[in-house]
Design a protein around this ligand. Structure first.
Ligand code: GLA
Length: 384
């Protein structure tokens, strides 16, 4: 990595290296902007940043994943969003938000970014990059931001600078993940509880449809608006702050006030996904893999039928996984393509990838990818 750094930036300065993970969400999908509980883990695939301070006020960014773009170079007073800066906008957005918050970024830096997270696959490559840059800035300028503050800053950049109105899940798990744990995260209060995320005799497998997400941003923002509209209707009869404050019974009693069938489906997903997530955490604590698997399946069905964020490729991959030994499988992340997760028994594991991959290819013509990941700590400085 240092060779590339020296070559790209034509320098031989001392560098520091940081790693920011990607994330997988076990269950609790599309409810982090509805005040619900979500259950993500940080993973060993992620984004690496090698950085060296500069004496002037210039920032230079280079990513091996976007080498065609070359070095993007901007000064401290020129960090506004520009289409042509591509991926570097995420980094600029973070720096610009820090300046707006009153932090003096006393000098610039050179940053080389590389990584092994597949892009646009639903494993949060963008949040991984945002949190990486925020953490680097926090360390380099000694800003004293907590991990939670870093996550909130990164989310604000995604919302306001990049225009994707995401919830807090991705940035918070990437900032504060814990090795071998999933974090049950209350997105209304930002409280988290670490739960060991393994079932004895089973493995988590991430399955990538390799069907790139396309309209994710506009569809995602549309779902969010739909939930807000459903919430406003419900607030006319029940004083709640979030859809996920409603338990399934209460929802059953008042759902008739939502006349629009689309909004009704969106709200139903949020309310029942919240109940499933709490039940999943209990299943994990009592090591009941079968119960957890059923909740995964029910979550996928709800995201398919009620929330309508899965699609042909994800549905096909998830069905093939169940066919070949997964005791539960579901889309993970925003959906509209990208990745799914499966809980697979040790016995089924040796053939799982070949069989699922074969069926998926037969039906879709695409070659799926499979990742067996470990759950890791959040962003940090590393030695390589
Ligand atoms: C994306 C968003 C998250 C979350 C998920 C869906 O990953 O960034 O905030 O809403 O989709 O659960």
């Amino acid at each position: 990595m240092k060779d590339i750094f020296d070559q790209i930036f034509d320098t031989h300065k001392d560098t520091r290296v940081f790693f920011s993970p990607g994330r997988v969400n076990l269950i609790g999908e599309h409810i982090d902007y509805n005040g619900g509980h979500v259950f993500p883990a940080a993973i060993n695939l992620g984004t690496y940043g090698m950085v060296a301070p500069r004496e002037d006020d210039r920032f230079r960014f280079y990513s091996t994943g976007f080498s065609g773009q070359g070095v993007v170079e901007r000064t401290r007073d020129d960090l506004a969003f520009r289409e042509e800066d591509g991926w570097a906008n995420y980094a600029k957005g973070i720096l610009s938000a820090l300046i707006q918050e009153g932090h003096a970024l006393t000098h610039g830096f050179d940053l080389l970014v590389t990584g092994d997270l597949p892009k646009a696959s639903g494993l949060s490559s963008s949040a991984s990059l945002e949190v990486l840059v925020a953490y680097i800035a926090n360390t380099m300028y000694d800003l004293g931001l907590s991990r939670q503050a870093i996550a909130l800053l990164a989310q604000a950049v995604e919302n306001d600078y990049m225009g994707m109105h995401c919830g807090i899940m991705d940035q918070l798990i990437i900032a504060s993940g814990q090795k071998d744990m999933a974090l049950l995260m209350n997105t209304a209060t930002l409280e988290t509880k670490a739960v060991p995320a393994r079932f004895k005799g089973f493995q988590w497998v991430i399955m990538d449809t390799r069907y790139p997400r396309k309209t994710t941003e506009s569809k995602y923002n549309e779902r969010r608006r739909e939930c807000e509209a459903a919430l406003r209707t419900i607030q006319a009869v029940k004083p709640v702050n979030h859809l996920c404050e409603l338990d399934p019974n209460t929802f059953h009693d008042i759902q008739h006030v939502i006349k629009d069938p689309i909004l009704l489906k969106r709200a139903r997903h949020a309310v029942f996904e919240e109940a499933r997530t709490l039940a999943a955490q209990e299943a994990l604590e009592r090591q009941d893999a079968i119960a957890f698997g059923k909740l995964l399946d029910a979550s996928h069905l709800s995201l398919k039928e009620d929330y309508e964020v899965t699609g042909f490729h994800l549905d096909t991959l998830v069905a093939a996984a169940r066919q070949h030994g997964a005791i539960g499988a579901r889309v993970t992340g925003a959906g509209f393509g990208g990745c799914a997760i499966a809980l697979v028994s040790d016995q089924a594991l040796p053939d799982f990838q070949d069989k699922v991959g074969y069926d998926y290819h037969d039906i879709t013509g695409l070659k799926a990818a499979f990742y067996q990941v470990t759950f890791e700590d959040g962003v940090g400085e590393i030695t390589i």
